[in-house]
Design a protein around this ligand. Structure first.
Ligand SMILES: *Cc1c(COP(=O)(O)O)cnc(C)c1O
Length: 386
């Protein structure tokens, strides 16, 4: 058995980041300053949009994106229930109502064929989530959005490197929102980015994200001379710090190398788990690039004597940390009680909720770590097989 606990989603931080954070501290610009500017510029170039606006988190970014697009009380926003709570919570924060549409299998992304029946005159937007890094069917989602005049905000928290039909994820909808939380493909501790080609949205996001001030604080105190700010909206405090951007600048330079490493691990897992009572992730759809954020096979419960949670606990006992992404939001008390959802309302999302188990997948993993995961997972599943 493995001697030390393998932490799930542990980030790879290298010497460049450490030196940059030290330089940032010495510079005195620790909140929003030149490093945020550099990081935004690099990210804009990587995604290929006119704007990339750094924020404190993807949650903050989703909230701002919706506010910039005018979402509020009386509006409906369509999204998937199989996502992190932040996607739907941010909808609630604007005053709008989240309307869930079941996922399709095996992609586990929102089912485009089930969206139209949920559209009403209240519907203002669709938030597709590129789950685990797999691009949603954006052709069909954009087609629906155009026909019903809906805004599309991509939740790209898992999908920085993803590509769909030659276009980068985050550059396809009206806006894209990324996460740099500590377990994500690029980490700044906490952090997020909003991408868009729309100048009006970008301007609103900048203003709403910093108190509703008409000019950025760091510009006010720079050597261009003092300028009075004007409050034009009761905005939020969502700005990214230079301390965060110091990490992001170097993480972004290595994003493709890290993806390659995760792809290697992914393929090793796929090969090792053939013959086990699991459904391994489907291969990427044609003409797409999967960002390989989470490797989450589904357990074939029909062939096991125990439930998923027992398998997870046994893996933890064997020093392998894992995650669950996700328990469908319609099964959580707030969403169940507020909107009256029943467990069977989204059968595919429920099916995945009960079976999904995310195994460690980080560029930080050594070959030995990967073999430890394979050994433990194989022995646990063989032990619990019927
Ligand atoms: C992590 C995550 C978020 C929220 O990201 P934060 O940066 O932690 O706010 C939103 N959506 C999805 C799908 C996520 O996995």
């Amino acid at each position: 058995m493995r001697k030390t606990f393998l932490v799930f989603g542990s980030p790879k931080i290298e010497e460049d980041e450490i030196q940059e954070v030290v330089a940032c501290l010495r510079s005195g610009w620790i909140s929003t300053g030149p490093r945020v500017g550099t990081f935004q510029e690099m990210f804009r170039n990587y995604i290929g949009t006119r704007h990339a606006l750094a924020v404190h988190s993807c949650t903050a970014g989703l909230h701002l994106a919706m506010l910039a697009a005018g979402m509020g009380p009386g509006d409906d926003v369509i999204t998937t229930p199989l996502t992190f709570a932040a996607t739907a919570n941010a909808i609630v924060h604007t005053g709008a109502r989240p309307v869930f549409v079941d996922i399709e299998l095996p992609s586990m992304n929102i089912d485009p064929g089930a969206i139209e029946e949920k559209i009403t005159p209240r519907t203002k937007a669709i938030i597709p989530v590129h789950l685990y890094g797999r691009p949603c069917n954006m052709d069909r989602i954009l087609d629906i959005a155009h026909r019903y005049n809906l805004i599309v905000i991509e939740d790209a928290a898992h999908a920085i490197e993803a590509v769909y039909h030659g276009k980068k994820i985050g550059a396809i909808g009206d806006m894209g929102v990324f996460s740099f939380y500590v377990t994500k493909n690029l980490v700044t501790g906490e952090g997020g980015m909003i991408t868009t080609n729309n100048d009006a949205y970008a301007e609103k996001i900048e203003i709403y994200g910093l108190h509703g001030m008409s000019r950025g604080a760091w510009k006010r105190y720079s050597d261009e001379g003092f300028k009075h700010y004007q409050i034009v909206f009761p905005g939020f405090k969502y700005n990214m710090m230079d301390l965060q951007a110091a990490l992001g600048i170097h993480q972004l330079k290595r994003i493709e190398t890290y993806l390659q490493r995760r792809e290697e691990i992914w393929n090793r897992y796929d090969a090792a788990f053939r013959g086990l009572p699991v459904i391994v992730p489907a291969p990427p759809e044609p003409d797409t690039r999967h960002a390989r954020h989470l490797y989450a096979p589904l357990l074939r419960l029909e062939e096991l004597r125990v439930d998923r949670d027992t398998v997870q606990q046994e893996l933890h006992r064997m020093n392998i940390g894992t995650g669950i992404h996700f328990i469908s939001l319609h099964l959580h008390p707030y969403y169940r009680n507020t909107y009256g959802y029943k467990p069977d309302d989204f059968p595919n999302a429920r099916y995945v909720s009960e079976r999904t188990l995310s195994l460690p997948l980080s560029a930080k993993l050594s070959d030995d770590d990967v073999e430890d995961v394979i050994t433990a997972f194989t022995s646990v599943l063989e032990h619990f097989s019927k």
